[in-house]
Design a binder for this molecule. Sequence first.
Ligand code: SF4
Length: 212
Amino acid sequence: MTCIHLLYVPTMACNMQCRYCYLEDQTVDKQMGHEALETLSFAVDAFRDAGIMPFNISLHGGEVTTLSPDVFRSLVSYISDYYAQHGDEIRTAGFPVGRPHIKTNLYGLDRHIDAIRDFQVSVSGSLDLPFSLHDEYRVTKGGEPTLDRILKNVKQMESLPNRKKVSATIFREHYLRTDEIIEDIWYLHRNTCLDMNDFNFMIGFEYNTTSA
Ligand code: SF4
């Protein structure tokens, strides 16, 4: 049996327009409906029929929180059931059995907080450090800042037992503000539910960055 980590993109829609977006102009405004679940279920069945076992299924984008609450819930519910059904097989193959996992920009997380709680969804979010540069890069399609809302959404996860972590993208400009970055990492560690020992940077590339 071949085992894979299945990274599924249920939507190419995004509610933000980061100035360094790796998808450049490929994000769309069109919303995905229940075909998002049909596609995932079809793919998982096809893999299994071919002797390939997803030991982990993660949701990526675009931005997964742009899905309607119904569709989002149906996806994390499906993944949760998948782990319940195939947990022994996954463990026998040598992998831990996880929880449904999402990569998110955190901006629309509040729309799905009930499903995240109900299915103990593991959340890997992104924000930029230092905070003073976040709103230079991570803006809405209308160019509005996003940090305040993102920090409010981090707060909403406080009472949830699910795993949550963040990462931040850095360019050359960020290296000039390392003291501020360190200060903001401490701020998040001491004042939010984020354990900043579980944190990573991603390196940004200039080629797809428009100036702020
Ligand atoms: S959150 Fe930013 S980087 Fe991610 S898809 Fe949306 S615009 Fe691109």
